[in-house]
Design a protein. Structure first.
Length: 107
């Protein structure tokens, strides 16, 4: 196996880091900013950070996985604050602001 083509892949599904695996056919970006940019674009476009992100080393893959989980943790914290602050007497329906308009149903 040619070590120059090996990479470490971070797999994210439903906004959770599922695994970090060594892959022979990886295509790591030139720097970590490339993966971070892809993550941000996925979130903006799809409302989630799901995807497979390749890195040249296990250390950069682990760092990215930690940052990804921290990103989701911060989103969840903001959602929790929004839900706790919502006035259900004035408006009995609450919708997650990050999912607004993504549910497909018209309320």
């Amino acid at each position: 196996m040619n070590n120059s083509s090996e990479a470490y892949r971070v797999t994210i599904r439903q906004n959770l880091v599922i695994c970090i695996t060594k892959v022979a056919d990886g295509a790591p970006g030139t720097d970590n900013l490339t993966a971070g940019t892809r993550l941000a674009m996925n979130h903006q476009r799809n409302g989630c950070i799901d995807g497979e992100y390749d890195f040249p080393s296990i250390h950069s893959a682990k760092d990215f996985a930690v940052l990804s989980l921290d990103f989701v943790k911060r989103l969840a914290s903001r959602n929790l604050e929004d839900l706790q602050a919502h006035n259900f007497y004035a408006e009995p329906t609450w919708e997650n602001p990050l999912a607004a308009g993504r549910q497909g149903d018209k309320r």
